[in-house]
Design a binder for this molecule. Structure first.
Ligand code: ZN
Length: 330
């Protein structure tokens, strides 16, 4: 007998259709109760939280329910003298939150409300001689930051500011024998890192370095009997991985290799019919992060009540196209 597969069972009572309006109401009310325990403990990722919430509202066609002026003012207050942007007012700048801020401003067509030249300098100064990127001044290197840097500059149309050739070389040193990518050279493949590396290569038009058959195979093996996808072998399925795996498959032209009907069923089962929103797995607590990736995943699977999503930027395709950004997908 082989090792038992780690998986979940979808209960018979699980939802089978999309409760779109409940998700809109859930996101619209999230963050309006500012003394909420949950709201307070998530301050360290407030900027990304706003990106998740605003992006999913845009994909569901209800971005106008959010307070645009308040959001823009908040982002302005989070930009530092060095150009970088923090998670919240008074928090240190980091590439992760700088990208979230740029994504939000792109949704609102309002990048001119912050100092773009300084953002570009901030990103440029985080690039190292080997082509890698630090996430902030503390010097942690991770392929996630290579994606953040390139995505951020692409949205600002300033990719010329960095050394792309070295940036690509570094990402390729993190490619493994299984076709996947890790966070640093020699690190094991993980679907979150694969998404970042594949996305980064797509933005700079270098996807030909990828062995799409080998990587596609590894990604498809993430699908479990429940239909859900895990992030790496021996892990439980999770809605956010359905996004990272599915988007990577879309970028390398292999999305048809997974069982779409079963994955759709798994994602729909992660909705909470009382509160709205999606959880990581059926029956767990919902949050804005998994709500975005649940909706974005369903969009890639062809759900027509949701706007088509761009698999690289995880933003509405119409926003990316409207900005004149062309991407090479396989
Ligand atoms: Zn998750």
């Amino acid at each position: 007998m082989g090792t038992p597969v780690k998986d979940v069972t979808i209960p018979d009572s699980a939802l089978r259709s999309l409760i779109l309006q409940k998700h809109c109401d859930y996101i619209a009310s999230y963050g309006t109760k500012k003394d909420d325990y949950e709201y307070c403990i998530t301050e360290y990722l407030r900027m990304s939280g706003m990106y998740w919430g605003l992006t999913v509202m845009d994909m569901m066609g209800q971005l106008d329910r959010m307070n645009k002026d308040e959001v823009i003012q908040f982002i302005q207050q989070c930009q530092h003298e060095c150009g970088g942007i923090g998670a919240s007012v008074g928090h240190d700048p980091h590439l992760l939150y700088t990208l979230s801020a740029v994504q939000i401003l792109t949704l609102y067509d309002a990048t001119d409300t912050i100092n773009v030249d300084k953002v570009v300098d901030y990103v440029k100064n985080l690039q190292q001689d080997d082509g890698s990127f630090y996430g902030d001044k503390w010097g942690e290197v991770d392929t996630r930051f290579s994606f953040c840097a390139v995505a951020c500059l692409a949205l600002l149309k300033r990719l010329d500011a960095i050394d792309i050739e070295h940036a690509v070389e570094f990402v390729l040193t993190c490619m493994n024998f299984d076709g996947g990518f890790g966070c640093r050279p020699g690190s094991e493949s993980h679907s979150g890192q694969i998404y970042c590396c594949v996305g980064m290569l797509a933005i700079v038009g270098q996807l030909h370095h990828i062995n799409a058959d080998l990587l596609g195979w590894w990604l498809c093996e993430r699908q479990l009997p429940s239909g859900g996808l895990n992030g790496r072998p021996e892990k439980l399925p999770d809605v956010c991985y359905s996004w990272w795996v599915l988007a990577s498959l879309k970028i390398i032209g292999k999305i048809h290799w997974i069982d779409k009907a079963k994955l759709t069923k798994f994602i729909l089962a992660c909705q909470d019919d009382e509160t709205g929103g999606f959880a990581d797995r059926p029956g767990d607590m919902v949050d804005p992060f998994h709500t975005l990736f649940g909706i974005a995943g369903l969009s890639l699977l062809g759900e027509d009540k949701i706007k088509p999503v761009n698999p690289v930027f995880c933003m509405p395709e119409e926003v990316i196209r409207g900005n004149g950004i062309q991407l090479e997908l396989l």
